[in-house]
Design a binder for this molecule. Structure first.
Ligand code: UD1
Ligand code: PEP
Length: 419
């Protein structure tokens, strides 16, 4: 398994080009299953979760072709299989996103239950309940969700008990081809939902309310191919901004969107960062050590759970004491023991971490446990007083495109140790 060796001490400086958003691209690529004509997607980040998605779509019978580094064509006219197997689903939970579109298009879908993962149990009951309300017959057989519907799904009123991002996305895609109108209440409001809605609209779907907690989808009988550009990755952007803040650097993120990340930018300013923004860029200058900032994760537009680990590292070295509260996932503090091994002063009380800023961190051999935890350890390594080795970086490769190249471009001393 590959690892990163990080030698700390260099403030990050310069420009970094942000890639397309993993969490927008995943549902958007799956939405190609709804169309019988080809779709061309651009700004697709060619990272491991996307390669897994391409493999899954290909196994289902779709034709996929990379037209350039970030442009992908998907022709799902030829799909002939309705099963997402365990060996793919276990490497990427977001494979569950085939369920809605496959069922809507083929009247049959079998998707392995994803099971729990490092950050929590992550059930998919809301996906299943919503599809049942749309008339699907769903059973769990031998670890697989087996969903069937004779004829088209039917529009329904769906109230989601918990705000779920991929749950909302699955139901939106299913509803796009259903007969009648679907109303999803307590829907997720993440920018990635808006991006998926815009993609579906470009294919001929009738979706309104994206970005609010009530989505209305008037089903149509078919969708056509289109061309769609994936939104910039707000979590990758936030990760580089935190890395620059922690190293007291000065960077500019290009090809990004400041309007999708207000909570994160406001917390960075509270920590002492000077931030300027343009239509598609964000510049951060950190003139002095960060001040501690309290963070509480919650669904958009509140502070994103996918930025919690990175802000934990910021607080570890900040002046003062902060509380970091994780309200979305029950086990998303796996980076804490690793940061403690580097000298962090963190105590945990349930879903709250109390972080007392320390003067410095020392390097250590640490283990990445999930995607954003890995990023928090890399950031810690960028300021540690001795070398850090971050093991199991397959987690980071799942969601960041060539992070070491981008960090090197900003002056960081980071190298990949290939297994
Ligand atoms: C591929 C993708 O976009 N992943 C993101 C997505 O994950 P994902 O869509 O899996 O996360 P959800 O929004 O569904 O999860 C939110 C909460 O709802 C619970 N829940 C969810 C579904 C369900 O059927 N039942 C249920 O109880 C989950 O256990 C969790 O506690 O949103 C998360 C929350 O912003 C992000 O951290 C992930 O990066
Ligand atoms: C948790 C994440 O991804 P996934 O839902 O794919 O596990 C993430 O992007 O931080």
């Amino acid at each position: 398994m590959d690892a990163f060796k990080v030698i700390g001490g260099n403030p990050l400086r310069g420009d970094v080009v942000i890639s397309g958003a993993k969490n927008a691209a995943l549902p958007i690529l799956m939405s190609a299953l709804l169309s019988k004509t080809p779709i061309v997607f651009s700004n697709v980040p060619r990272l491991n979760d996307i390669l897994t998605t391409v493999k899954l779509l290909t196994q289902l019978g779709a034709k996929t072709e990379w037209l350039s580094e970030d442009k992908l064509s998907i022709d799902a006219s030829t799909i002939d299989l309705c099963r997402a197997p365990y060996d793919l689903v276990k490497t990427m939970r977001a494979s569950i996103l085939v369920l809605g579109p496959l069922l809507a298009r083929m009247g049959h879908a079998e998707v392995s239950l994803p099971g729990g993962c490092a950050i929590g149990a992550r059930p998919v009951d809301l996906h299943i309940q919503g599809l049942k309300l749309m008339g699907a017959d769903i059973e769990v057989e031998n670890g697989y969700i087996v969903a069937k519907k004779e004829g088209r799904l039917t529009g329904a009123n769906i109230f989601m008990d918990t705000v779920s991002v991929t749950g909302t996305e699955n139901l939106m895609m299913a509803a796009a081809l259903a007969e009648g109108t679907t109303v999803i209440e307590n829907a997720a409001r993440e920018p990635e939902i808006v991006d998926l809605a815009e993609c579906l609209i470009s294919m001929g779907a009738k979706v309104s309310g994206a970005g609010t907690d009530t989505l209305v989808i008037e089903g149509v009988s078919e969708l056509q191919g289109s061309q769609y550009r994936v939104m910039p990755d707000r979590i990758e952007t936030g990760t580089f901004l935190v890395a620059a803040a922690v190293t007291q650097g000065h960077i500019k993120c290009l090809n990004t969107d400041p309007t999708s990340m207000e909570a994160v930018l406001s917390k960075l300013q509270e920590a002492g960062a000077e931030i300027t923004t343009g239509a598609d860029w964000i510049e951060l200058n950190m003139p002095s050590p960060a001040k501690a900032v309290n963070v509480r994760t919650a669904p958009h537009p509140a502070f994103p759970t996918d930025m919690q680990a990175q802000f934990m590292t910021l607080n570890v070295l900040a002046q003062g004491t902060a509380t970091v509260i994780e309200t979305i996932f029950e086990n998303r503090f796996m980076h804490v023991p690793e940061l403690q091994r580097m000298g962090a002063d963190i105590s945990l009380e349930g879903n709250t971490a109390i972080v007392k800023g320390v003067e410095e961190l020392h390097g250590a051999q640490v283990m990445a446990t999930d995607l954003r935890a890995s990023a928090s350890l890399v950031i810690a390594g960028l300021v540690a007083k001795s070398p850090t080795q971050v093991d199991r970086i397959y987690h980071i490769d799942r969601g960041y495109l060539r992070i070491e190249d981008k960090l090197q471009g900003l002056g960081a001393d980071i190298t990949r140790i290939e297994a």
